[in-house]
Design a protein around this ligand. Structure first.
Ligand SMILES: [Zn+2]
Length: 569
């Protein structure tokens, strides 16, 4: 064995031992060598002796000695370690080689991007990063009936907000000429045919696993019909079908559609084309020609894997690895347009940025941070089990992000008046954050306060309460309005400690509290609560979009000078 290889083996053994408490094993190192140097797969016998010797030698060293040798001879081992720790959540990708992985995200511009898109794009782009590869954004735009520039733009805005970077951007429709070439190739090899049956008959034959008369048609006739699809046929008169297997148990394989006629104008190409490839056709060709090594998508596409490979085999084209992950939806927050669109039309939901929805626009408006979405999705990893996540799973990640930077403010809802006598001061300074240095704010006070209705219910005559940041007050009168005497420092335990707002500078805002949109299949008529509340004038100084923690209430995002949206507790 040459010295280079021995050095390589020693490096692997040291790294593995160092990462596993000082010990490694022959078979682990052999596996690693064969994984990175396939030329040794036929020479296993020749290298096992040397591996055993090196492993035994490394195992005899103390952890300190192993570390010292790594630092001296293989310092690169210690550097990428941190990177590996950053990869939490995603398992190794089958057949992935460092520097050679190409992944893609292929949204169809037929709606606003939502949490499901976020999962797909984060997984694919993170894998490209993990392997130092390339990530492609490809708009899957071959159904002009439902696709719009508005959605195309919204998807890009959403991805930018998530902090996604792509190395290459294209539209599936850039390659229409290639799809047509491939179609003719399939027609000429007899792997595809033009079917002119009625839609109902096609479905019936599919159910009964019977081929139609068109599948017997000769190549000339298929080519002529293909030409007719360009002008003469009307939409629905003819489709191009892949010659799959009408008897297959996987219904996807029963001579599926490859091309159909759509007369609507395409949002970038206009009326240049009227025969459009199906998803299966375009995704198969695109992934193959654009060098995608790992095509990852949600698992409802799993049955299409067989078809995509069959199309590529029929065309003698390179086949990428296809991987699947579960769809992500939040419980009570469905994203289907079938459910959302009527609600918008009826005015029950304001728009796609309504904070009850799981669109990226809505999540942003509600105060969910992109870094929290990313951490949450990475924590789910590649599991294929369906994820109907409760929203509070995401909230936990978000809270960690916003807590450190949210200004603490007082806010009262269902306000009651409290008049305090003997107040010795006319202003008070309160820190904007209990721990972090985020400055202080000065509040003018004159003894006339608002307190929350919920707190008022618990206040009785004769008791002491504490106005947070100010001091204790002894209550002399309770009822619809309250009066008390200022005491200052007094009882601190077992005392009601409440937030307050000074009446003379109180700023009224609307508080929007989003709740689950659907309970089961039913729209929740009480899914949006609106409260008129008072807060401090400091609210006006905050930037739009800033996150606030209203003390004893929860985290909220400033939507405008007059409106805030409840993010979560
Ligand atoms: Zn037919």
């Amino acid at each position: 064995m040459d010295e280079e290889l021995k050095k390589e083996i020693r490096k692997m053994a040291l790294q593995n031992a160092f990462e596993h408490g000082g010990q490694t094993q022959d078979k682990i190192i052999l596996g690693k060598i064969l994984g990175t140097k396939p030329e040794f797969r036929t020479k296993v016998k020749e290298i096992t002796g040397d591996i055993s010797e090196i492993v035994a030698n490394v195992n005899q060293l103390s952890s300190e000695e192993q570390k010292k040798e790594i630092e001296e001879n293989f310092p690169e081992i210690l550097v990428p370690k941190e990177k590996i720790e950053g990869r939490v959540g995603l398992p190794e990708l089958e057949g992935a080689e460092q520097g050679k992985v190409v992944t893609r995200f292929t949204p169809e511009p037929n709606g606003y991007p939502h949490i499901g898109h976020a999962k797909a794009v984060i997984i694919s782009s993170e894998y490209a990063k993990m392997y130092g590869g390339k990530f492609i954004l490809r708009m899957d735009d071959t159904n002009p009936e439902v696709e719009r520039m508005e959605y195309h733009a919204a998807i890009k805005v959403g991805l930018e907000w998530l902090g996604i970077e792509w190395d290459e951007e294209k539209q599936t429709s850039d390659d229409m000429e290639i799809f047509y070439e491939k179609c003719i190739e399939l027609l000429n090899s007899g792997r595809a045919y033009v079917c002119t049956c009625k839609r109902d008959n096609i479905s019936k034959n599919r159910r009964e696993r019977k081929a139609c008369k068109c599948s017997m048609g000769d190549i000339d006739k298929n080519n002529k019909n293909w030409e007719k699809m360009k002008k003469k046929f009307k939409p629905g008169d003819a489709i191009v079908r892949f010659r799959g297997d009408m008897k297959a148990d996987n219904a996807v394989m029963r001579d599926p559609v490859l091309f159909r006629i759509i007369d609507e104008s395409h949002y970038t190409l206009g009326k240049k084309y009227r025969i459009w490839p199906s998803y299966d056709m375009s995704v198969a060709i695109e992934d193959s020609i654009s060098g995608v090594t790992h095509a990852l998508r949600s698992k409802e596409f799993e049955l299409r894997k067989e078809l995509i490979y069959a199309i590529l085999d029929a065309l003698n084209m390179r086949k990428p690895y296809q991987g699947f992950f579960s769809r992500l939806e939040f419980k009570g927050m469905p994203m289907s347009k079938r459910l959302i669109k009527p609600l918008i039309e009826e005015g029950k939901v304001s728009w796609y940025d309504d904070p009850r929805l799981p669109t990226l626009e809505a999540l942003k408006r509600r105060g969910i941070r992109p870094e929290a979405i990313k951490k949450f999705i990475m924590s789910l990893g590649l599991t294929k089990a369906d994820t109907l996540a409760p929203f509070d799973a995401l909230e936990a990640f978000n809270r960690k992000v916003v807590d450190a930077e949210s200004t603490r403010l007082f806010m009262v809802s269902n306000a009651r008046k409290l008049t305090v006598k003997n107040l010795p001061i006319s202003s008070v300074e309160i820190p904007n954050h209990p721990i972090n240095d985020m400055g202080k704010r000065k509040i003018e006070i004159d003894g006339n306060f608002y307190i929350s209705g919920d707190d008022a219910q618990n206040i009785k005559q004769g008791m002491q309460i504490r106005l947070l940041g100010l001091g204790n007050v002894s209550i002399t009168k309770a009822g619809t309005e309250f009066e008390g005497d200022f005491i200052g420092d007094g009882e601190t335990t077992n005392i009601l400690k409440i937030q307050w707002v000074s009446q003379k500078t109180a700023h009224k805002i609307k508080m929007i509290i989003p709740k689950v949109l659907f309970i089961g299949e039913e729209f929740n008529e009480e899914s949006l609560e609106e409260l008129d509340v008072y807060t401090e004038p400091h609210y006006l100084q905050l930037k739009e979009g800033e996150e606030i923690q209203f003390v004893r209430f929860g985290y909220c995002r400033k939507d405008s000078q007059n409106q805030a949206i409840f993010t979560h507790k």
